[in-house]
Design a protein around this ligand. Structure first.
Ligand code: AFP
Length: 300
């Protein structure tokens, strides 16, 4: 089944239209990555001068979403102020997640949260979320509150289509992988102790340094991705609106759990667009165990 048909049957009209717009724009971003990676000349096939890939992807997605007429605002890691629109849905995006991985050809991604309220807003006001992976294949994984679904981009000659890869994806019960960001020496002690216990349970470390890529394998294999609270950086690194809340929404729809160490990430009420939170995301029982270890350590 193709993406447009699936969305027509399974998504509210506005979200369907914005998802199709993001899908189209993500192909443009993907096609331009080689020209921004330093591998090829700094001009694209049309002879246009290239911007850095993160600025380029921000502009492509912001312009595309604004042009749908459905966005009330589009906020992004790359913009100081949101782009205003005339629609009802607020979009928060990380247009190129993992951009420091461009040169080494590690996976990259894009993350979108569709909020029913003006930003900054809590994850509980998300009506949909979506992430794109630019890996060995390009995929779109999304939820509008009724399960998590995935499409893959397929190019045949000049035509690009998105074909259904999976419906109602679930984080497997048996966890296999973990990936934790930041320096180990700076993790808070309960996180260090927890991670030390994982190999004894048969889990393997798998970490690429892109949230989308690291979470994507957790969704496929079960486990946990974390960018934890650090001793000197209690707020961690990842941004609530653009990154942790949309991924927590998808993860919850896949049967998983995501916490900032104290509460569900979706219950965070960010005070600013750029607010960060620690993030522990993945298989429900594993992440709940970690949350309880953190709260026990805080009480003692
Ligand atoms: P960049 O976009 O600067 O590459 O950062 C990526 C990211 O925000 C997120 O995608 C990763 O999970 C995290 O940072 C990795 O951070 P560390 O490099 O500190 O592990």
């Amino acid at each position: 089944m193709k993406l447009d048909e699936f969305l027509r049957l399974n998504a509210p009209d506005e979200l369907a239209a914005m998802t199709l717009a993001v899908a189209k724009a993500s192909v443009t971003v993907w096609d331009n990555i080689p020209f921004k990676s330093g591998l090829l000349a700094a001009t694209n096939p049309s002879g246009e001068t290239q911007k850095a890939i993160d600025v380029f992807s921000n502009d492509v997605f912001a312009e595309t979403l604004t042009a749908t007429g459905l966005a009330a605002e589009v906020a992004s890691e790359e913009m100081a102020e949101p782009a205003e629109g005339k629609g009802r849905t607020s979009v928060a995006m990380d247009p190129l997640d993992g951009s420091s991985n461009v040169e080494t050809n590690n996976p990259l991604g894009s993350i979108f949260g569709f909020y029913s309220k003006k930003l900054p807003a809590p994850g509980r006001s998300l009506v949909g979320a979506l992430y794109v992976t630019y890996g060995n294949v390009m995929t779109l994984t999304f939820s509008f509150g009724k399960g998590v679904h995935r499409f893959v981009a397929v190019r045949q000659g000049p035509n690009m289509s998105f074909e259904l890869l999976g419906v109602d994806l679930k984080v497997p019960d048996k966890p296999e992988v973990y990936g934790i960001g930041g320096f180990r020496s700076e993790w808070i002690p309960p996180v260090r102790d927890f991670v030390d216990s994982l190999e004894g349970r048969g889990m393997r470390v798998r970490y690429c340094g892109t949230f989308v890529g690291d979470y994507n394998q957790v969704l496929g294999r079960g486990g946990v991705f974390a960018y934890p609270q650090l001793v000197k950086k209690p707020g961690g690194k990842l941004r609530v609106l653009y990154e942790t809340a949309p991924m927590a929404f998808i993860n919850e729809q896949a049967g998983g759990y995501a916490t900032d160490g104290r509460k569900n990430i979706l219950d965070i009420e960010p005070k600013s667009l750029a607010e960060t939170s620690p993030a522990y995301v993945g298989s429900a029982s594993l992440v709940r165990e970690l949350e309880s270890r953190i709260s026990t350590a805080e009480r003692s």
